[in-house]
Design a protein around this ligand. Structure first.
Ligand code: AMP
Ligand code: ZN
Ligand code: FE
Ligand code: FE
Length: 276
């Protein structure tokens, strides 16, 4: 099967808050005839070995990635890292701190939910997460399972979304710290979905701190935003990337390969990674 000239550089698996295993995500990429993919789970590298092996078997170029949780005051700033050396000393420990923070934050969310008349068992939520860094989608899945809400959207809308009563922020890096961490690991730091962040004012400081790329194609970006962030890339000398931000059925509408990201974005990314 000949590959198309397209890639998907933003994919989640069961190793964070996706519904599909790394192998299943690669199978979707194969069906979409993608030439290259990156798995970018939140705050974990656990899915990379299985995804890399499956991608190799499917003759899909594989880019190891991560999506780091950072924030600036109230704003969640997600920093994608590509081509990290996963064996970098200290990297696993930094991710461990984020993972532990997600666990205690999850417990606080469950406390708030109990007070709101939505008691959940921590053990059940932990079982749903199945070893992944605990995220709100795991809590939402437990709420659906227990019959408190019908859909993930309803769980976020009524209980755990940013402006809902059981929202608790998680421990994060600051954006500069996330960029530093990616660079220390020899990777390429990229600002994820600036169109959902809606803090374009932060971009110059991130660039000054070493940001290398910006995510231009994303399901939250309409044609106007794609043009806006293309222009920003030009202005700030940033590489462009993009992807579907796929999380699987019931977790967003996106599908693997849904964004028209050209294969030509990959070589410049690799050129900015530390050679090994
Ligand atoms: P967390 O990292 O635990 O704060 O959870 C954030 C994740 O929840 C995102 O990566 C999305 O996968 C998902 N998410 C965020 N907002 C919504 C929403 N309104 N509806 C459904 N899922 C969402
Ligand atoms: Zn997610
Ligand atoms: Fe994100
Ligand atoms: Fe994502």
């Amino acid at each position: 099967m000949t590959a198309s000239g397209y890639v998907d550089l933003h994919l989640h698996t069961t190793c964070s808050d996706g519904v599909n295993t790394p192998e299943e995500v690669v199978a979707f990429a194969r069906q979409a005839r993608l030439a290259a993919i990156a798995v970018t789970d939140h705050d974990t590298l656990d899915g990379l070995p299985a995804a890399a092996a499956a991608a190799e078997a499917a003759a899909i170029d594989f880019i190891p990635g991560v999506e780091l949780s950072a924030s600036d005051h109230q704003a969640d700033v997600h920093i994608l890292g590509y081509y990290l050396d996963t064996a970098t000393p200290g990297l696993a420990e930094e991710l461990r701190i984020l993972r532990d923070g997600r666990q205690s934050r999850g417990e606080r969310i469950l406390d708030l939910l109990a007070h709101l008349g939505v008691p959940l068992h921590l053990e059940r939520v932990v079982a749903i997460a199945a070893g992944a860094p605990l995220g709100r989608p795991h809590i939402g899945a437990a709420m659906i399972e227990a019959g408190y809400v019908e859909t993930m959207d309803e769980a976020f809308e009524r209980y755990i979304g940013y402006h809902a009563p059981a929202y608790v922020p998680k421990r994060t890096l600051d954006p500069a710290g996330a960029i530093d961490l990616v660079k220390r690991a020899g990777g390429v730091p990229v600002l994820a979905h600036p169109g959902s962040l809606r803090r374009d004012d932060l971009i110059p400081a991130l660039v000054a701190h070493g940001l290398v790329g910006i995510e231009v194609w994303h399901p939250k970006h309409d044609a106007q935003r794609v043009r806006t962030y293309m222009a920003a890339a030009e202005t700030f000398g940033l590489l462009v990337t993009g992807g579907s931000d796929f999380h699987g059925a019931g977790r967003g509408e996106s599908t693997v390969g849904a964004q028209p990201v050209p294969l030509a974005v990959v070589a410049p990314l690799l050129a900015r990674a530390r050679p090994r």
